[in-house]
Unconditional design. Structure first.
Length: 303
């Protein structure tokens, strides 16, 4: 679906509305988008937003480049890595924050872990696990690669792995159900590191700055709402994530979305350095981040 505009008659006023498509995943990091949609924040910006929940993050860049989606909330590391592949993606607002957790099966000692389930290379779940391999003494552990984050969780739940890397609210859910224990989080190695972030393409940003601002405005309002109203946000998120709201509410006590996470350049540099060491990228990206619209949105909302 491509961007279209149409006139909507509101009383005696004719309002121009722009239809956009947004690709989302499932998790606490996506809550600002869920909330912005459900609470009408996109509508307030004269946007008709169509939300699509995608099965896995690594499929989304293709949708952005073909114009099937204009915006997405995906791992910032995939955006950064896309630059040297001539896929011009750009981060425009933060969301996920220290989002990945290493969960070990309940009752198992960290030193006894022999199999670790992680998703495809390049996301924060993968990188958080890889960052802790030596620290946790798992150099000789078998890494079980799954096509998605869901697969990594299922592997732990089904006892096919001793540990797994996952985002919230799944880590909290696993603890609450007595299946696993969180032993490390992204913030333990990269304090303040971003996770999934609001993304578009560089050409779309250059050609539609006004529309970009409208979307960021709505997204920032969504993030503020999550912080101020965690109970209602958890109920909203439950309909998209597919688990009980109580798990999401508990997860928000330890892991809130953070729109400013993409400003934490030191932690981002640490992640990128590991990506170079692992061979995921050959050089540090330079043109994958623009906080101009985030600055404008936060300044406007603070007035």
């Amino acid at each position: 679906m491509y961007v279209t505009s149409y006139n909507f008659i509101f009383g005696k006023e004719v309002v121009k509305v722009t239809r956009i498509s947004v690709s989302l995943l499932r998790g606490v990091c996506q809550l600002p988008a869920y909330v912005a949609y459900e609470k009408g924040f996109f509508e307030d910006e004269k946007l008709d937003a169509v939300m699509s929940i995608e099965p896995t993050a690594w499929l989304v860049p293709h949708k952005l480049m073909t114009g099937e989606s204009q915006f997405a909330v995906i791992p910032w590391t995939r955006v950064a890595a896309a630059e040297e592949k001539d896929i011009p993606l750009v981060l425009i607002c933060g969301s996920g924050y220290e989002e990945a957790a290493i969960v070990v099966r309940k009752g198992m000692n960290i030193s006894d872990v022999k199999k670790v389930s992680i998703p495809q290379r390049g996301g924060m779940k993968d990188l958080t696990a890889m960052g802790f391999i030596e620290t946790l003494g798992w150099q000789n552990a078998e890494l079980i690669r799954q096509p998605s984050g869901d697969g990594a969780i299922i592997a732990l739940f089904g006892m096919g792995a001793d540990a797994a890397s996952m985002v919230e609210p799944y880590a909290t859910m696993m603890e609450s159900l007595g299946i696993g224990t969180v032993v490390k989080r992204t913030g333990d190695i990269w304090p303040g590191a971003p996770g999934c972030s609001l993304t578009t393409t560089l050409p779309f940003k250059h050609n539609n700055p006004g529309l970009i601002q409208q979307v960021v405005n709505a997204f920032v309002r969504g993030a503020y709402f999550v912080t101020a109203n965690p109970d209602e946000s958890a109920e909203i998120g439950s309909r998209y994530i597919g688990i009980h709201a109580r798990f999401i509410r508990e997860a928000l006590k330890v892991n809130l979305p953070n729109i400013n996470a993409i400003r934490n350049r030191d932690s981002m540099h640490g992640v990128l350095t590991l990506m170079m060491k692992l061979g995921y990228i050959k050089k540090l990206p330079t043109d994958y981040l623009d906080v101009t619209f985030l600055d404008n949105a936060t300044q406007s909302l603070q007035r």
